[in-house]
Design a protein around this ligand. Structure first.
Ligand SMILES: [Mg+2]
Length: 332
């Protein structure tokens, strides 16, 4: 095994929690609270050893006591939207080139957002305004993930929705009836038009037995003038009144990642998740079995990575740094 291959195995997804992490052109050592430093150290120590046997699930034994995973080639991408490709209505420089390269190489990708306000068609128009031409089929919202989840759980069900067109359209498209008469679910999504009346109805329906679902747990959302209360904050209000917690479908629930993977027919081992938040994008990508890239054009900084007990596979300044190497982002 070459030393290059050995380094790849050290940062592969199955040994992520104890692996070395690259920051730009610099490699930093494993954190002090690694889960499996022995495996990583053995992998590095055994780099010069020969491959003795091939085991199931991509595991290879390299000399004695050295089990590591082979690095799968990257065949597809999931990427967060805000903070990675755009900032509100402004393009992150280079994001257009990054997506153009994926399209030129016919690399499947999906753009993810926890915001459930807009339909993919509305988002496509918004993104086009910033300079990004993304087909609506390549956009995956927490509203679509919620509809997919409910369709699998209870096909042709009924729901009372507190939300906007992104959510109501998604539920209509799976054949759900939206009603305030004994619905199966109360589904809470993002809206800028919360009403006391609608929240009161939601609370009473939950008290009468409707299951409580919310698209995403984000307590606040961004705006030019400061924070906006978001789905998680309103969910907390309903929880306080009913004593019932919602089931959140959006990030950091890896369910959203798994439904996104299924949407493009991708496999977690050959897909990378790009995000700007350690506490949503990176953790959900990691828990869905993907390699992850944190970009520092949004919320999380390089220094904030140290505060978490898990790490992304790689940290980059921007998706612009992936241009020219989207087929092999982790290669030296
Ligand atoms: Mg983001």
């Amino acid at each position: 095994m070459s030393s290059v291959r050995a380094r790849h195995t050290a940062v592969s997804d199955h040994s992520q929690r104890g692996s070395a992490v690259r920051e730009g052109s610099h490699r930093v050592g494993p954190p002090s609270n690694t889960f499996a430093p022995t495996i990583v150290n053995d992998a590095l120590r055994c780099a010069k050893g020969r491959i003795d046997s091939v085991l199931p699930h991509g595991l290879r034994r390299i000399a004695d006591n050295c089990l590591v995973t082979e690095a799968e080639p990257i065949l597809s991408y999931l990427t967060d939207m805000d903070g990675v490709l755009v900032h509100e209505d402004h393009l992150v420089p280079g994001a257009d080139e990054f997506l153009a390269e994926l399209r030129a190489n016919a690399t499947p990708f999906l753009v993810l957002t926890n915001n459930s306000i807009r339909t993919p068609r509305d988002l496509q128009a918004r993104l086009r305004h910033t300079g990004l031409d993304i087909p609506e089929e390549a956009i995956w919202t927490s509203a679509l993930a919620t509809a997919t989840f409910l369709n699998e759980q209870r096909p042709n069900g009924t729901a009372y929705v507190v939300g906007e067109s992104g959510l109501t359209t998604a539920l209509h498209e799976i054949g759900y009836v939206l009603t305030d008469s004994e619905p199966d679910y109360v589904v809470l999504g993002e809206t800028r038009n919360y009403s006391f009346e609608a929240i009161t109805t939601a609370i009473r329906l939950i008290e009468r037995g409707a299951s409580f679902i919310a698209t995403n747990p984000d307590p606040t959302g961004p705006s030019r003038d400061g924070s906006l209360p978001a789905t998680g904050s309103v969910a907390a209000l309903i929880t306080r009144a009913t004593g019932r917690d919602p089931y959140y479908v959006g990030k950091p629930n890896p369910l959203m990642m798994r439904s996104a993977l299924r949407r493009i027919g991708a496999h977690s081992q050959s897909t990378v998740m790009i995000g700007d938040r350690m506490d949503t994008d990176v953790i959900s990508g990691l828990e869905a079995g993907m390699r992850t890239i944190l970009v520092t054009t949004g919320i999380s900084t390089r220094s904030s990575v140290e505060a978490y007990p898990y790490r992304p596979t790689m940290v980059l300044d921007s998706v612009a740094d992936l241009v020219g190497r989207t087929k092999a982002p982790f290669a030296d």
